[in-house]
Design a protein around this ligand. Structure first.
Ligand code: AMP
Ligand code: GLY
Length: 424
């Protein structure tokens, strides 16, 4: 198969790397890709990320399968356009992508179908939000309705702060138009687990569980980021817990979306909170997580291209999916200033030395400058490894990280540590 991957971050490098190891795949094109993707695939830069320009690229490449990495083209309707032009593409339609594209749609959908989630209220103006604020105690979680690249969720400790947040969100200052409509919800406590399944519209095939680390600093301190590292370990959820998530969350989503006329095909990512009162959904994403994918695909031991093609054509079956038992971990190296204003252009050294340790260094925010590879975005690299034990996987990944340097490099030193504590 010839496979086209849309996107250019660490997740897409990991997808391309997995396709390279897939016997069913003979050619991989990533658009736009990055210098890491270019090591395992051909990279093409589309005129823009809009569906029409992506289709124009597909018409040149003629892929047998297209895999969509990020959410924006999905919400913009790339799947609808590709399908209507006869292409096999894996991802939800524009209507189904609302599960991520609109927090209001997602919360109301969960309410309609009895899917466990935090109690919430919706507001379409600052005035309405202020009134509904009194239905909650503190801390309260305030979410922008639209896509906000990880910046649309704010936790407020008191009423004064909540009012400030509501104002900056509703006025458009915080995350632009995405914040015009607002969801407020009760604050949940517990451990977060990322639960991702391949969906073919009717059935779901769950991947192994993983755990992200959202804040910039160790011990879950500081502002939220897109994710500073993730690990995947089978022990994150027992088989009974996984069955429970499929029964109470994943299958109801599939059945509900189908009943509402928007069957869900694609990767369905449920961000779960394991609360004292049971599993609750924090959010849905309609794509693979980043950096969860880097850790997950490192553990995957099957033909990824074949698996995704089967899911895209309604032929999903459990025999196509296999993981190694070894836990895996991805540690993100972020640029100076991230998650605020990011400095770019810092030269990166030690990439070859890191790879020589056996780690896979997935590129995210990198580009090729006059002096070699340099930083070009917030999350720069995802250093990924596995090991016979979680402890070994962690040691392996950090040994590789220590070979890499760029000015202003930010790294969390505690990726996976929660797991170590839990399973002492
Ligand atoms: P979301 O994009 O909705 O997953 O939110 C981003 C992050 O905010 C989550 O990964 C959680 O860490 C946190 N979060 C979101 N909703 C809640 C909630 N109801 N209670 C506690 N934390 C939350
Ligand atoms: N790692 C969380 C996400 O991809 O949204």
């Amino acid at each position: 198969m010839k496979v086209l991957v849309l996107g250019g971050g660490g997740r897409e490098h990991a997808i391309a790397w997995s396709l390279r190891r897939s016997p069913s795949v003979h050619e991989i094109v990533v658009a736009p890709g990055n210098p890491g993707c270019a090591e395992v695939a051909t990279c093409f830069r589309p005129a823009s990320n809009k569906p029409q320009d992506l289709l124009a690229l597909a018409n040149r490449i003629r892929p047998d399968l297209t895999i969509v990495g990020p959410e924006a083209p999905l919400v913009d309707g790339v799947v609808d356009l590709f399908r209507s032009n006869g292409y096999v593409i894996f991802g939800p339609t524009q209507a189904a992508a609302q599960l991520e594209g609109s927090k209001i749609f997602s919360k109301d959908f969960m309410a309609r179908h009895g899917i466990p989630t935090a109690r919430y209220a919706v507001a379409h103006s600052e005035q309405e939000a202020k009134i509904k604020l009194d239905e909650f105690s503190y801390p309260i979680v305030v979410k922008a309705d639209g896509l906000a690249a990880g910046k649309g969720v704010v936790i407020s400790e008191d009423r004064a702060n909540a009012l400030t947040i509501l104002h900056s969100m509703a006025s458009g200052n915080l995350v632009g138009a995405a914040g015009r409509n607002i969801v407020m919800e009760e604050f949940l406590t517990g451990e977060e687990v990322s639960f991702i399944g391949l969906c073919d519209g009717d059935k779901v095939l769950p991947l192994e569980p993983s755990q992200d680390h959202k804040t910039i600093f160790d011990d879950d301190r500081g502002p939220n980021t897109g994710g500073m590292g993730a690990y995947s370990d089978s022990r994150l959820l027992t088989q009974a817990e996984r069955d429970d998530v499929v029964r109470t969350v994943m299958q109801p989503v599939l059945d509900g979306m189908k009943a509402e006329g928007a069957p869900f095909v694609g990767f369905l990512y449920a961000g779960l909170m394991l609360t004292p009162g049971g599993v609750k959904v924090l959010e849905f994403n309609v794509r693979l997580g980043d950096p969860e994918t880097q850790a997950l695909l490192h553990r995957m031991d099957c033909d990824f291209g074949l698996l995704v093609h089967a899911a895209a054509t309604g032929k999903l079956h459990p025999g196509l999916l296999k993981f190694r038992e070894d836990p895996s971990i991805c540690v993100v190296l972020a640029a100076h200033g991230y998650p605020g204003t990011v400095r770019t252009g810092d030269p990166i050294s030690g990439l070859a030395e890191a790879s020589e340790t056996g780690a896979v260094v997935f590129h995210a925010g990198t580009r090729t400058g006059v002096h070699g590879v340099e930083t070009s975005g917030g999350r720069v690299l995802g250093v990924t490894h596995s090991g016979a034990t979680l402890q070994q996987a962690i040691a392996n990944a950090y040994a590789a990280c220590d070979k890499i340097h760029f000015d202003g490099m930010q790294i969390r030193r505690d990726i996976g540590r929660k797991g170590l504590k839990r399973w002492l």
